[in-house]
Unconditional design. Structure first.
Length: 257
């Protein structure tokens, strides 16, 4: 029997296989939702397919492990869930012509600073698109935590269905990602092009907080991240996503506390 909120793919989305490059918390959460929703997933990471044996066994027969290049080739749609600092390691040749979901966020630190991001000359997704020049990058699944992703999915039309923002330069690619989000159990709100994607990046009203509520005061950056990861999900309707995106004011790029 389908789980609560589970959706199926028949006649609703062309994606039957989701490539997942990167198996941190976000990549694994998306893979679990995809499998539960009836999709096949091909998982990969930088450490090799053999390191994913337990994860594949847990996910079941719809999941298999591969290299990043194989995952990119196999996926009708691919999520590149790697640290932004590793985006140049993504297999650009195999991703050519693909729609690539970018859930990466910029977190500047001593070993990774990008002047073009620090100056707001580019958004992080424009940086990824520059590397994946022949792919169609869509920013999505970057502003909600794994726990909330696993808790807030609902059937199409449910009154408490949660919406997620997306942005991109290719209308067909955005439609493809919106259809995938629908299958995963979420509405989608188009907030513009990749140059507009800052409206849902860290340090904006759309990042994390709408899906968990107001955190306790006085948290350090590390404590805030831990709190968000454990907080129960709060449903957010599409209209609210649009309001928060419109109200965003651009400040320094990247996750900063």
């Amino acid at each position: 029997m389908p789980r609560r909120g589970e959706t199926r793919t028949e006649n609703r989305v062309s994606t039957t296989t989701l490539g997942v490059i990167g198996t941190g918390m976000v990549g694994i959460a998306v893979a679990r939702r995809a499998v539960d929703a009836g999709l096949n997933v091909v998982l990969s990471n930088s450490r090799g397919p053999e390191t994913l044996a337990d994860t594949v066994a847990e996910l079941g027969e719809r999941a298999r492990a591969a290299t990043p290049a194989e995952s990119a080739s196999a996926g009708n749609l691919v999520i590149a869930s790697v640290p932004l600092a590793a985006h140049e390691q993504l297999p650009w040749a195999e991703l050519a012509g693909k729609t690539v979901i970018d859930p990466m966020n910029y977190a500047p630190h001593s070993n990774f600073e990008v002047p073009e991001l620090d100056s707001n000359e580019l958004t992080s997704s424009e940086l990824v698109q520059r590397h994946l020049a022949d792919a169609r990058v869509v920013k999505a699944l970057h502003n909600i935590g794994p726990r909330q992703l696993m808790e807030l999915f609902r059937p199409t039309g449910a009154p408490d269905r949660t919406a997620l923002p997306l942005s991109g330069d290719d209308p067909d690619a955005k439609k493809e990602v919106a259809d995938l989000l629908d299958v995963l159990g979420f509405d989608a709100v188009d907030i513009g092009t990749l140059s507009d994607s800052w409206r849902s990046e860290p340090n904006t009203p759309l990042y994390a907080i709408p899906y968990v509520g107001q955190p306790p005061s006085g948290l350090t950056a590390k404590e805030f991240v831990a709190w968000v990861q454990q907080a129960p999900g709060v449903s957010v309707p599409a209209a609210r996503i649009g309001e928060l995106a419109a109200a965003a004011v651009r400040g320094p790029a990247g996750f900063r506390m």
